[in-house]
Design a protein around this ligand. Structure first.
Ligand code: HEC
Length: 165
């Protein structure tokens, strides 16, 4: 075997090695990608399907955020918070069915509180866009009253129902 033949063979081995390494690297990068993407997809899913408790905690954060934004005269932030309250995600069907099964004809009354929160949040959004400082506290108060109104009447009952107590 001449020198060039040895060099060629060495070259082939080296190419093979690089190919194998590339395959390994590709496999590792796929695994890393999966490790990043799968939890992200799950988080997105959880975001899309929050249960009533998660929805409530978000409403709470948005209402507090709205109050803070108002006192900071941050009207854009106040608008954003108002929209988030008005457009809160729907309670998942499974929980809605359980709640409707328990409340029966009272369901209308229960829903009224939610509609009142929604309507007041839309008015709050409009008042924030208009920087209408006279009306803003009124709508925040209306939202608050209806959060509380529903809690006084239904929270414990529904919590126990959903937690199987
Ligand atoms: C139509 C009824 C209704 C309205 C309106 C309502 N809630 Fe609730 N809220 C509930 C129920 C029912 C629970 C109990 C959920 C559970 O324990 O799974 C609850 C629970 C909560 C909790 C406790 C969550 C936890 O982690 O235990 C907070 C905080 C809350 N609501 C905030 C709000 C705020 C703020 C608003 C208004 C912007 C609001 N809620 C409007 C029915 C309502």
């Amino acid at each position: 075997m001449g020198f060039s033949a040895i060099r060629n063979r060495y070259y082939i081995i080296e190419v093979q090695f690089v190919k194998n390494e590339n395959r390994k690297l590709r496999l590792i990068s796929y695994i890393i990608m999966a490790l990043i993407l799968i939890p992200a997809a799950c988080r997105k899913n959880a975001k899309q399907n929050p249960d009533i408790k998660m929805i409530m905690n978000k409403l709470n954060a948005d209402l507090s955020g709205a109050v803070t934004a108002f006192h900071s005269e941050n009207y854009a932030e106040l608008s954003r918070r108002a929209i988030a309250i008005a457009d809160h995600p729907k309670v998942p069907l499974k929980q809605r069915k359980i709640i409707a099964g328990e409340l029966k004809e009272e369901m209308q009354e229960f829903k009224k509180y939610d509609v009142a929160v929604h309507s007041a949040a839309l008015l709050l959004k409009k008042a924030a866009s208009d920087k209408n400082d006279a009306e803003i506290p009124e709508y925040i108060s209306t939202i608050n009253k209806n959060c509380h109104g529903c809690h006084v009447r239904y929270r414990k009952r529904i919590r126990n129902l959903l937690r199987g107590k």
